[in-house]
Write a protein that binds this ligand. Sequence first.
Ligand SMILES: Nc1ncnc2c1ncn2[C@@H]1O[C@H](COP(=O)(O)OP(=O)(O)OP(=O)(O)O)[C@@H](O)[C@H]1O
Length: 358
Amino acid sequence: MSIKIENLEKHFGAFHALKNINLQFSRNQLTALLGPSGCGKTTLLRTIAGLEFADSGKIFFEQQDVTHLSAKERGVGFVFQHYALFQNMTVFDNVAFGLQVKPRKTRPTKQEISEKVTALLRLVKLEHLAQSYPNQLSGGQRQRIALARSLAVQPKVLLLDEPFGALDAQVRKELRRWLRDLHQELNVTSIFVTHDQDEALDVSDRIVVMNKGQIEQIDEPNQIYHAPQTPFVTQFVGDVNVFHGHIDQGKLVVGEFAHNINAHTNVANPVENQSATAYIRPYELTISRLAENALATGKITHINAIGFIVRIEIESNQSEQPIEVILTKSAYNEAQYHVNEQVYLVPDKLNLFQQMNI
Ligand SMILES: Nc1ncnc2c1ncn2[C@@H]1O[C@H](COP(=O)(O)OP(=O)(O)OP(=O)(O)O)[C@@H](O)[C@H]1O
């Protein structure tokens, strides 16, 4: 089932929650709606579900205009952050619920329901818990049951609102992997809401980044991370160092430093004599003992060499926040940097934004 959204607008009183949303979801794709708290992700998801209605705009499921249809008529499955399982029913009955309450005419037989529920429990790998009650399950298991329950009625669209939000980091990670694998087997168009960039990058085929009721960028995870198109996306997805300056004779000038940006920036022709902000990932910044083509200088304040990579923090007058640089262990061992050392920072690559391309 493909989904198309045209010119969607939504207000809550005077608050403008969704601003001219235009979007397409391809059949069987897993899309993440990613953005900070309050940006409108849940409102958009609920509007797609038919649990909320837009002020204007249209929603199509394939060719059908579903804008004014109820959630039930749209045939969507919904999984919320807080597993809304029935506490007084067994796992089996929870999963069977949607089938058992179907009108007599369309309700499967008892035997068919039993087979279907067993197959779904097998799919979420919890067959052995069929006769348990929700309060006997872990958070992760409950969420998998909630998913099995929503799949029982064969939804054409599966909508997940922070499905792993209430779980601890380790379980979240496991369930992410599990959702990705499951989605490949399912053939269902899925949209999930998250404010966790790692989760979006790890699980989805495509990410829609939202900010203040608007879409900032729609792209594959790789593009969102490596080719962010707005300052907001650059800062929201992944760690980044920020340098404010201006362009002078093709160079980015930050304080007393003038860095030649040719060849390793996203902007071919930066506008002269205009302010510019450079966003640089920690691993795209090189530490040097020479001032040549540097963008900043600063003092090393902290070195974390515990893991596979080495994280170095530098305090600099050219940056409001401490600058973070990531080095490989071998580069670090070779250079032998130490705390309190004064060093220069030279970018290998930077994302530049000026007023006009924001
Ligand atoms: N029923 C409502 N009445 C009034 N305001 C609402 C209502 N639902 C949402 N809002 C407001 O609309 C904005 C968007 O809310 P929404 O839940 O869509 O954000 P979100 O991006 O999903 O955030 P979170 O990650 O915190 O859930 C918020 O400022 C919220 O307060």
